[in-house]
Design a protein around this ligand. Structure first.
Ligand SMILES: O=C(O)CCC(=O)C(=O)O
Length: 207
């Protein structure tokens, strides 16, 4: 009898416990000089707005992007094959800083540029097969603050985090298995935002 009561209490506690995403948020990870150097560099990046296929139709993505990486670290996502461009100076310095501070084995970065709050990123997981098993994804925000929304795949639990310039968010393995994320439109935002998501790919996966 007692055991049964205990079990029920335990179940009730479990039901009210919301799942928590395996993330680390470091506010102000980059100082203002580091942010300014990266923003200046990013303004010269060869950004593009490629078209991807969604439900059989081609659409230009609602932001601009560029992929930098080591040789053999090309990336395929949403049916789009992106060959790695060589690392720019400050993006490369930042990957080495992340490696030193958090032991991350980064070999590629997707830079997204959102011109204003009309640009966005839809709900998805970074679960492409070329992402190295056990690796974390480190996301850096520069420029405008934007809401980053996390949604648990099974319970639908949602969290919204306002990411500000200089913040670092690490999405720890195996977060992509259980959680989706997105950067929704925020029409009040008039300033640009850059986002760097540093990843570790399996080298030569696409060769
Ligand atoms: O801009 C962001 O913070 C989100 C970027 C993102 O979801 C991605 O690159 O997969």
């Amino acid at each position: 009898m007692c055991k049964q009561v205990d079990d029920i209490a335990l179940l009730a506690a479990k039901l009210t416990m919301q799942p928590k995403p395996p993330i680390t948020l470091v506010r102000g990870y980059l100082n203002t000089e580091q942010q300014a150097a990266l923003i200046k560099e990013a303004q010269a990046y060869p950004l593009s707005r490629p078209e991807i296929q969604v439900f059989g139709k081609f659409h230009a993505i609602p932001r601009q992007q560029v992929w930098f990486g080591d040789v053999g670290c090309d990336y395929l996502y949403s049916g789009l094959f992106i060959r790695a461009l060589p690392w720019p100076k400050y993006a490369n310095k930042l990957r080495h800083k992340l490696a030193k501070d958090f032991g991350l084995g980064i070999n590629g970065v997707l830079v997204n540029c959102y011109a204003d709050g009309k640009d966005c990123m839809g709900t998805h997981s970074d679960d492409e097969p070329e992402i190295a098993k056990g690796s974390d994804i480190a996301s850096i925000t520069l420029g405008a603050s934007r809401d980053f929304v996390l949604k648990h795949k099974h319970s639908q639990t949602k969290y919204s985090i306002s990411l500000q310039s200089g913040d670092l968010l690490i999405m720890h393995w195996p977060m992509q298995k259980d959680w989706l994320h997105s950067l929704p439109k925020r029409l009040k935002v008039k300033e640009p935002r850059w986002n760097y998501t540093f990843r570790q790919l399996i080298v030569n996966f696409h060769r």
